[in-house]
Design a protein around this ligand. Sequence first.
Ligand code: FES
Length: 105
Amino acid sequence: MATCQLQIMHRGAKTCLDIRTGLGFQAIAEKHATPLEFDCREADCGICIFKVLAGGDHISPPTARETDFLRAMRAEPTERLACQARVHGPATIEIEHFVIPTAKD
Ligand code: FES
């Protein structure tokens, strides 16, 4: 079974996981202790947003739903939704607090 290493940075801590290639972040979070959080699981809430620090080409391309949500939230190009993405090779991500833009922003 092929493995890849996923590093998750969160609040100064690093979680290093050897995972099966092609797993979705939801499946990863079910099998391993991670700081990933999910709610809607349908690209509607944004709680699962993360930033790609390295290995973005090893993460599945954004789904149409993910693209629509991230565009609406004016997300950075490196930001993705864990409920929609899969890992296909070594990657490093960072999980930050998600702030929903307000009319003042
Ligand atoms: S869990 Fe709601 S957008 Fe991913």
